[in-house]
Design a protein around this ligand. Structure first.
Ligand SMILES: [Fe+2]
Length: 193
């Protein structure tokens, strides 16, 4: 049986961690970030092509397109062997924003988003397979992979030209360790789903 986890939200400045779905969703909603669990997720083979993945998730992708005005979807697939991985990660691991929404549905692997609201505390969100996150355009954020350096995710775009990061150069990102939360932090969670 597949063991499934979900996003964990942390507020480092308050030493607070949320791992209940409703709590995580509510806190993210207060920052205008949509969070969904797509369950049951569609079965896709480990070696499935991007085309097969997009076909499997076509109903969800079409719904999001209708909701958010997204016009294209693709699959990003990153492993520790991906050429230029460090350079790619370094584009996104300091605080920035985009002129369009950042929409990610995680199929495999993990990552950690930090969100810096205009008012309120920085939060981190560790996302895992089955998590959909929609970060509105203009939101200050940064992203890191977790230690296994693996992520496979569907991305949706309103216009790919809006995807270029604009850096705040605030330095705020340097105050937060990209520590991913996960099963090892919550050994009991394996029994909950
Ligand atoms: Fe981004």
């Amino acid at each position: 049986m597949e063991v499934s986890f979900m996003a964990t939200l942390s507020i480092p400045d308050e030493k607070k961690t949320l791992s209940e779905f409703v709590e995580v969703r509510t806190h993210l909603a207060s920052m205008r970030i949509d969070y969904e669990r797509w369950k049951p997720a569609h079965e896709v083979a480990a070696g499935a092509s991007p085309t097969e993945i997009l076909a499997a998730y076509a109903p969800e992708i079409e719904r999001l397109k209708a909701q958010g005005g997204y016009v294209t979807a693709d699959v990003i697939d990153v492993t520790p062997q991906t050429p230029g991985l460090e350079a790619m990660l370094n584009r996104f691991n300091s605080e920035h924003w985009h002129d369009e929404d950042e929409v990610r549905f995680i199929i495999e692997g993990r990552g950690i988003f930090h969100i810096h609201p205009r008012e309120g505390k920085v939060v981190s969100i560790t996302v895992e397979a089955g998590d959909l996150l929609r970060v509105p355009r203009g939101t200050w954020h940064w992203f890191d992979l977790c230690e296994e350096r693996r992520i496979r995710a569907i991305r949706l775009f309103q216009d790919k030209t809006g995807w270029t990061p604009h850096y705040t150069e605030s330095g705020v990102d340097r105050g937060y360790e990209p520590v991913c939360f996960g099963p090892s932090y919550f050994p009991g969670r394996a029994n909950l789903s």
